[in-house]
Design a protein around this ligand. Structure first.
Ligand code: MN
Length: 254
């Protein structure tokens, strides 16, 4: 099996090294990842600047550091750096959960989504904070989940978001397949008024997900379960489209 391994925390991140160690025996693993941390860059791509790629040795593996976004790394890897397209794209392990509306900002999920857009089965892995960031133990859990996904079979372009709950001595309570939560986040910006009239804002590193509508990835992860959420890139609101089709649009003006 050919695997493309990437992340959004950068090629030197311990979560990437942990995941590499946990999946290295599955086949030929190619590591192509952002050169620097790219968290919360979502699906950004680099349009107006050259993207410099450099072969690097990062401990257990050699890989290519891409001076761009996670999506840049996946595009360049599949278009140019791999002789054949991968059978599987793995992204992570991210330092911090990617659940609820954070899925939209996540570079980790975006990297996997990019793989899915190439029709490659893709899985994003994240480890919730609030406990020890033990990426070796988390990677063992990711591999355990991946083995079940592979045993069931992953179709071309299938996109799966996996989150490991906050590490506790007793470990996760189980696995829940849950929808993505969509409630708003309550967040805080620090404000500073500079003497020259400029206003400086900085997003605080704490936030809370709003109340969940039924069980979601947010609530199941908080309850201590590994969450598995299949995603797709089609954002269409089908009920909304059905309603809009009833609109008497008429003939466009010339
Ligand atoms: Mn990240």
């Amino acid at each position: 099996m050919r695997i493309l391994l990437t992340n959004d925390d950068g090629i030197s991140a311990p979560g990437l090294a942990g995941l590499y160690q946990a999946v290295a025996d599955l086949g030929e693993v190619t590591v192509v990842a952002p050169a620097t941390p790219q968290s919360a860059t979502g699906r950004a791509i680099t349009l107006d600047a050259p993207v410099v790629c450099e072969r690097v040795a990062a401990g257990a593996f050699e890989g290519v550091a891409v001076a761009g976004s996670p999506a840049d790394a996946v595009k360049i890897a599949i278009h140019h750096l791999m002789d054949d397209p991968p059978d599987l794209v793995l992204a992570g392990i991210n330092a911090g959960a990617n659940v609820g509306i954070n899925v939209f900002y996540s570079g980790t999920v975006a990297a996997a989504a990019e793989g899915a857009m190439f029709d490659v089965a893709s899985v994003a892995f994240s480890l919730a904070g609030g406990g020890p960031m033990d990426f070796v133990r988390a990677a063992g859990l990711c591999r355990w989940v991946l083995d079940s996904l592979l045993a069931r079979g992953l179709g071309p372009g299938e996109l799966i978001n996996v989150n490991i709950p906050t590490m506790t001595p007793s470990g996760p309570k189980g696995v829940k397949v849950v929808p993505q939560g969509t409630s708003a986040i309550s967040e805080t910006y620090y404000r500073q008024d500079a003497p020259d009239g400029r206003i400086i804002f900085r997003l605080a590193d704490y936030y809370e997900h709003g109340p969940q509508d039924g069980q979601t990835d947010v609530s199941a992860l908080e309850d201590g379960f590994i969450t598995v959420t299949p995603l797709h890139s089609d954002l269409t609101d089908r009920a909304g489209a059905a309603r809009l089709r009833q609109t008497p649009w008429g003939v466009p003006p010339r």
